[in-house]
Design a protein around this ligand. Structure first.
Ligand SMILES: [Zn+2]
Length: 79
């Protein structure tokens, strides 16, 4: 069965209690998912990207598929 994926990038800063979704991207499930996620994270400088999966292309029902963390894009508040 075909699955559909969207990725949501998040801005996170524990020091200032920021945990906000930024952008939503369609993921091409026939290609390397992680590669696409890395590009989204880079574009938005997002330390966290959540990927949701759906059985239908209208994304009516979403399930959290995976979370990806990118240490290199974490905020530098405590440095
Ligand atoms: Zn911070």
């Amino acid at each position: 069965m075909t699955k559909y994926y969207i990725a949501v990038t998040y801005e996170v800063c524990e020091h200032n209690n920021i945990y906000e979704d930024m952008n939503e991207y369609r993921v091409d499930s026939s290609a390397d998912i992680y590669k696409q996620i890395k590009e989204f994270a880079k574009t938005d400088v997002a330390p966290l990207v959540k990927v949701y999966e759906s059985d239908t292309s209208d994304f009516e029902e979403l399930r959290l598929y995976k979370e990806y963390q990118f240490k290199e894009y974490e905020c530098g508040c405590n440095q």
